[in-house]
Design a protein around this ligand. Structure first.
Ligand SMILES: Nc1ncnc2c1ncn2[C@@H]1O[C@H](COP(=O)(O)OP(=O)(O)OP(=O)(O)O)[C@@H](O)[C@H]1O
Length: 347
């Protein structure tokens, strides 16, 4: 049985926005699935339909074998959902938040206190279990959110941008929990702003563009579809005309099969090619002959960023989704996330 089976899902909002136009998904039990798309591509809308918070305009979905229209309660009982916004109560302690989730999800009374301890342990919040959540750092709050979403041991968990705005250390820590949960057989449906996160965690990825799934496959399959390696070169202080000239030289080289495989960047070129390692240096010679001075040259394997660019024609924008800034790699990550407010004994 599939954990999630969606057929031609569509949702048009009341104002006429066609947020999701045609999404079909088949996610086997136990899979770690990543759902990617640019801001506004329809990720959250899709998740909200899958977890029964929004009603599709058309199409059908079965989650854990339950139809979302006919058996929404069954669906809700069998899933965990971590929304983009936190669901924890800042006035309650970590333990009280988890207890509340256990009650709300109907964890049997006799099993509750054991389950609360297990959950706090899973997300490493035992040492601060009796402290109010309002003093927690961003990373700790997210971990508490994870714990509450897992209260009833659901076979499927939906995680909507669970690590947005966290610094790399806090993010890595969450990845460990997600992997641990998945290793125990839980199906995970994840959306993320960080392609590196999807690459690291997901067995399969689907990319949504303009409300439909543009491409899906394992990270390795998707990267191999980029067709070869990626050659990046940097010119010495290029003018717009130099970049255009360099592009033409690249298009003329035996490196390049199709025009869309060459892009100009701020200071040079990016070329996708199966022959990058063989003929890359020939291009350097041609550029020099054309009077262009190359100051940086690099050939690398494709990343999911290259996949995203090839599929959607856009850079994957980790910045714009409204978490109040921070670098694309979580660089400064926001001081809020430094785990300072309540120190954990282990740190
Ligand atoms: N309640 C709403 N009413 C009208 N339009 C909406 C509503 N919610 C979302 N939209 C629009 O639907 C489209 C898809 O939004 P959605 O939030 O699903 O995208 P997303 O891929 O999750 O984006 P993000 O990464 O920014 O969260 C966008 O154009 C958005 O502006």
């Amino acid at each position: 049985m599939s954990a999630i089976e969606a057929r031609q899902l569509a949702l048009t909002y009341a104002d006429g926005t066609e947020a999701v136009e045609d999404v079909s998904l088949d996610i086997p039990e136990g899979e770690f699935f990543g759902f990617l798309g640019a801001n506004g591509a329809g990720k959250t809308t899709t998740i909200k339909m899958l977890v029964t918070l929004l009603r599709p305009t058309s199409g059908s979905v079965a989650v854990n074998g339950y139809d979302i229209e006919n058996s929404p309660r069954r669906v809700r009982e069998s899933i965990g959902y971590m929304a983009q916004e936190t669901s924890i109560d800042p006035e309650l302690t970590a333990r009280e938040n988890v207890r509340y989730a256990c009650e709300a999800y109907g964890v049997p009374r006799g099993r509750r206190s054991e389950r609360i301890d297990e959950l706090l342990d899973l997300v490493d919040l035992v040492d601060v279990a009796d402290k109010q959540a309002k003093g927690f750092s961003g990373g700790m709050k997210k971990r508490l959110d994870v714990a509450t979403a897992l209260a009833h041991e659901p076979p499927i968990v939906f995680l909507d941008e669970p690590t947005t705005g966290l610094d790399p250390k806090a993010r890595n820590r969450l990845w460990d929990y997600f992997e641990r949960i998945n290793d125990r057989g839980t199906t995970i449906f994840l959306t993320t702003q960080y392609l590196e996160e999807a690459d690291q965690l997901c067995e399969r990825i689907g990319v949504i563009k303009d409300g439909t799934i543009a491409v899906s496959g394992s990270p390795a399959e998707l990267k191999s579809r980029v067709g070869g390696d990626v050659l990046e070169l940097e010119l010495d202080d290029p003018a717009e005309t130099d970049l255009e000239r360099a592009r033409e030289v690249a298009l003329d080289s035996r490196l390049v099969a199709a025009a869309e495989d060459v892009e100009t960047t701020a200071d040079g070129l990016r070329v996708r090619s199966g022959e990058a390692r063989r003929y890359g240096t020939d291009l350097l010679v041609s550029l020099r002959d054309a009077g262009l001075s190359v100051v940086g040259f690099n050939v690398r394997s494709p990343t999911l960023d290259d996949v995203f660019l090839a599929v959607t024609g856009e850079e994957y924008d980790a910045d714009a989704a409204g978490t109040g800034g921070g670098g694309t790699d979580g660089g400064d990550g926001g001081a809020e996330d430094a785990e300072t407010t309540v120190r954990e004994a282990s740190e």
